[in-house]
Ligand binder design. Sequence first.
Ligand code: ATP
Ligand code: MG
Length: 245
Amino acid sequence: MEKLITIENIVKKDSLGQPILNGISAKVMEGEFITIIGPSGSGKSTFLSLINRMTEPDSGLLRFKGTPYVEMDVLKLRRKIGMVFQLPTMLPGTVRDNLLIGLSPVPGNPEQCRNRRPIRPDCPPKINKRTGCPFPFGGQKQRISLARSLANRPEILLLDEVTASLDPTSTEEIEELIQRLHQNGTTILWVSHNLKQAKKVGEYTWVIAGGKIVEQGHPNEVFVNPKHVITQEFIATSFGKEPVT
Ligand SMILES: Nc1ncnc2c1ncn2[C@@H]1O[C@H](COP(=O)(O)OP(=O)(O)OP(=O)(O)O)[C@@H](O)[C@H]1O
Ligand SMILES: [Mg+2]
């Protein structure tokens, strides 16, 4: 396995100069499936947005396959690193319009984006079949949001609470879809408040708290036998509140 993303001593401060992330170092290897958990406001979304280069660190360095982010073209980087947020982000227009957004234009013909380019074959047929539907709801919207991110064939997919607003059936469908993408080689970094989900789907779990990654390990270690006191307390207080999905 190759190093896909290297995170070196990242500090990210809020507008008042208080650190949100205070010296985070980590590595994401190609093909890994990592779930990220931690208290609300601990900086999980900020962390993902740094990896997607939606925001810049105050200090520290991020690398993609060894190359510092600052030496890479931002748009090219974002095509390699897809991101899906909690709220199904449908932009104005039809589903098809939404799926065409953000795609690499054909050289010399910016109009001809990728009309003939198929969506990844590993997307379930439902996505392709339903692209004509102008009014998708719930899990369907989230699948379209995912499909839009997948259209550039990212090497890594960042997911931020993607199933938080979905019913159990849609949640399961999205989990299966993401697991299938992972089986086909996509690296996954998935922030989830749903600890049962984080335990079930991830091969590794990272715990972010107090501006640091306080614990990293196999879900069976992190959830069943957490080493760090913050993880122990977080899991003890959170598990009782989890919806059963
Ligand atoms: N643009 C910003 N300006 C100022 N403060 C911010 C900004 N973005 C985030 N924060 C603050 O940074 C901290 C971390 O926020 P973040 O959204 O990354 O946490 P989170 O772990 O994703 O939380 P949640 O679990 O609730 O989604 C919070 O205290 C938040 O108020
Ligand atoms: Mg968040």
